[in-house]
Design a protein around this ligand. Structure first.
Ligand SMILES: O=P(O)(O)O[C@@H]1C[C@H](O)[C@@H](CO)O1
Length: 291
């Protein structure tokens, strides 16, 4: 895309979003995890920007992350989809990883729906289950890798934000209700997501430790974005697709790999797409009722 047409398109989009926010209409950002970029497919009036064309925006370096920002609408809701997000293991700082969330806040987005692929720790979880994230454990944060370390920008939020309700109770309830309306109750769960930095998958001793700590699934993303979203007052919903079962047993022969993660994501993308689309339209109705 030429620089001139990029500037033209971003300016008109900017005014479009401002107008919608002024009129009190709800807008949502969807962050698509590994292999889940298809979530943007159902949006209408799409306009797509490659990350590499956006000044100072990080670029995706991982397979299954297309690296595109897609603007569109689902029913009356303005949506922006990130087809691919950023990770510590790519060499990005957590400030770069979470930059898009702050941009969404400045654009007037009210709610963020974060999706990811993760390994199931909870012995009851099966491959293909969708876990509504109830809470998280910020393991890198314990070691000082935290997106809010450093000077606090008061324009976004307070120095010491509360994280005990990072994932909106109303949105979690809605996700479970919509899941059951779509006939997905058998494979929709709720649980605690733990972030590790990656890029290696867990050792068996690490996986056993995570089970003892109360983690239901483990992945390499999401927590920084959610922390920054909550800091700046956005409503958050997290959906984690269980793409593999994490080995807790030395006798288990199967070995996890990224290709398998992407294969399961692709297999489940359509169900997630339906869930996300319906959730967005239901949220719009709810927000009209509460505005
Ligand atoms: O959706 P994310 O990016 O969290 O996906 C997981 C973590 C790694 O990026 C990748 C490993 O297969 O999947």
């Amino acid at each position: 895309m030429s620089r001139r047409s990029l500037i033209g398109q971003t300016t008109s989009l900017f005014f479009h979003w401002l107008e919608r926010c002024r009129s009190g209409l709800w807008s949502v950002a969807v962050i698509c995890g590994s292999g889940l970029g298809l979530l943007a497919d159902r949006a209408a009036n799409k306009q797509t920007f490659r990350y590499q064309d956006i000044p100072n925006f990080p670029v995706s370096t991982v397979a299954g992350h297309e690296g595109c920002l897609v603007f569109g609408t689902i029913e009356d809701t303005s949506c922006v989809f990130m087809q691919g997000h950023f990770h510590l293991y790519e060499g990005y700082s957590l400030c770069q990883v979470t930059l898009p969330v702050r941009i969404f806040k400045l654009m007037g987005v009210e709610s963020v729906l974060v999706t990811n692929a993760s390994g199931g720790i909870c012995p009851d979880f099966k491959v293909g289950d969708i876990m509504v994230i109830k809470d998280h454990i910020n393991l890198p944060g314990f070691a000082g890798q935290h997106p809010l370390c450093g000077p606090n920008d008061e324009r976004f939020g307070i120095r010491f934000p509360c994280m005990s309700d990072a994932y909106s109770k109303d949105l979690r309830r809605l996700a479970l209700d919509v899941g059951s309306e779509l006939g997905c109750s058998d494979f929709i769960r709720e649980g605690v997501y733990c972030m590790v930095s990656g890029p290696n998958f867990e050792t068996i001793a690490e996986a056993r430790m995570l089970l003892i700590l109360g983690c239901d699934s483990v992945g390499m993303s999401t927590v920084p974005e959610v922390t920054v979203a909550k800091h700046c007052g956005l409503r958050v919903l997290g959906l984690s697709l269980i793409t593999n079962k994490v080995s807790l047993d030395y006798s288990r022969e199967e070995k996890v790999n990224h290709e398998e993660v992407l294969q399961i994501s692709k297999m489940r993308a359509e169900v997630l797409q339906k869930l996300v689309t319906k959730l967005i339209s239901r949220c719009q109705q709810q927000s009209i009722n509460t505005h």
